[in-house]
Design a protein around this ligand. Structure first.
Ligand SMILES: [Zn+2]
Ligand SMILES: [Zn+2]
Length: 397
């Protein structure tokens, strides 16, 4: 197939001519893959020998014939944990005091926000900077959530971004909902995950003694902060039984938060639209955004991973972004990184699936004049009814 035909096939059919031209141009200019060091035969040979060194994400791809090996100890453990959590939900609804219900919701929310604000946006992506006190509190909340130590969380997440939806992605969504949700935690790692995991730059995490302290003493810290503390508060402050508190505020609460986090890896890579980049798997999912306190705008996040808002529309539906904005107001977060709105527009125009509001008449105008005027922008904003974008456009032109 000659190059010209290949290039044309990548242009979305549904776009107006003006946009097709833009997409073609941008693909020529910006989406040219890095030159590979290997030819097809070498790549296959390397993969057969489980040697992934030097292979690019596109070359690793997904081998659908790969047979997963189940780690039965983990599978049975997760099954038991979920059954116990379901029982915990029943205990919470039927046997607990109302104060315990509120407490479980409070712990779920605060540990969830701890993970999204800290492990994800601060530690994994360095989307903003934070003083010691903020990092200390966020690591504490991360421990409360009980999602493995921060060091491993961040390594897996950085690897997920670098090798998204390939065999080197720990939760490759090409293997389906169950695998990307929880199945990956009960399967032996794909050799590509092990090989590429060693190449992830973790020097910043190694240099942070707080992170390394949590890694070293994780088991004991988990026992204290994820199990004992959430269970003890209802017992000592309003006389709940240890049994009820353990099943509701620890088991049900932590498994619920785990599933909400996992939905970002599963549902937000499978079902939704792709306004910013139709060539990647992550999607925009309002449902996931709500249950994961703001992490469901995943097509945007993978397109602009450094953006502390992890969404185009600021803190709308995002308790996480709201929390970071609040911290920034009191000096607890600073150097917040964002994406200039014109860059978002251009990206939506260039590689989006045509569902972004910028497509249509605005796309044609942008193509002709290179810029939208204030009136157009205010029209877009009016349609989206969002104050946060209005602020963003004013600030960034
Ligand atoms: Zn993702
Ligand atoms: Zn991320």
């Amino acid at each position: 197939m000659d190059k010209q035909v290949k290039k044309k096939m990548l242009v979305p059919e549904a776009l107006p001519c003006s946009q097709k031209k833009l997409v073609e141009e941008s693909q020529t200019k910006n989406s040219t893959p890095k030159p590979s060091k290997f030819n097809d035969e070498d790549i296959q040979k390397k993969k057969d020998n489980k040697d992934y060194r030097g292979l690019l994400p596109a070359e690793i791809g997904t081998d659908y014939n790969f047979k997963r090996e189940i780690v039965w100890k983990n599978a049975i453990g997760f099954l038991a944990l979920h059954l116990a959590a379901l029982y915990g939900f029943w205990v919470l609804l039927v046997h607990c005091y109302w104060s315990t219900v509120f407490w479980a919701v409070f712990v779920a929310l605060s540990s969830g926000v701890g993970v999204t604000t800290g492990a994800h946006r601060l530690f994994s992506h360095r989307a903003y900077k934070a003083p010691f006190i903020t990092r200390f509190i966020l690591i504490l909340f991360h421990t409360l959530a009980g999602q493995n130590c921060l060091y491993i969380w961040v390594r897996d997440h950085r690897q997920h971004h670098k090798y998204s939806d390939t065999d080197a992605d720990p939760h490759n969504a090409n293997r389906g909902f169950f695998f990307s949700h929880v199945g990956w935690l009960m399967s032996r790692k794909h050799p590509a995950v092990i090989s590429k995991g060693k190449t992830i730059d973790m020097s910043d995490m190694k240099a942070d003694w707080l992170v390394m302290f949590q890694k070293k003493y994780y088991k004991i810290l988990y026992t204290i902060f994820a199990i004992l503390l959430p269970s003890a508060v209802p017992v000592y402050f309003w006389g709940e039984s240890w049994y009820n508190a353990f099943f509701s505020a620890y088991l049900f609460r932590s498994v619920a938060v785990l599933n909400m986090t996992w939905l970002v890896n599963s549902a937000a890579h499978l079902w939704g639209n792709k306004p910013f980049d139709k060539y990647i798997k992550p999607v925009e999912s309002r449902f996931v955004a709500i249950v994961s306190v703001g992490e469901g705008w995943h097509n945007y996040h993978h397109a602009f991973p450094w953006d502390y808002r992890a969404a185009e529309f600021g803190s709308k539906y995002s308790l996480t972004t709201f929390t970071i904005d609040l911290m920034a107001r009191y000096g607890l977060a600073y150097d917040l990184r964002t994406t200039p709105y014109h860059m978002v527009q251009k990206r939506a125009e260039r590689t989006g699936d045509g569902t972004h509001i910028i497509c249509g008449p605005y796309a044609e105008k942008l193509e002709k004049t290179g810029k939208l005027d204030e009136k157009d922008i205010s029209e877009i904003l009016k349609n989206k009814e969002t104050g946060s974008v209005r602020r963003m456009v004013t600030a960034q032109g």
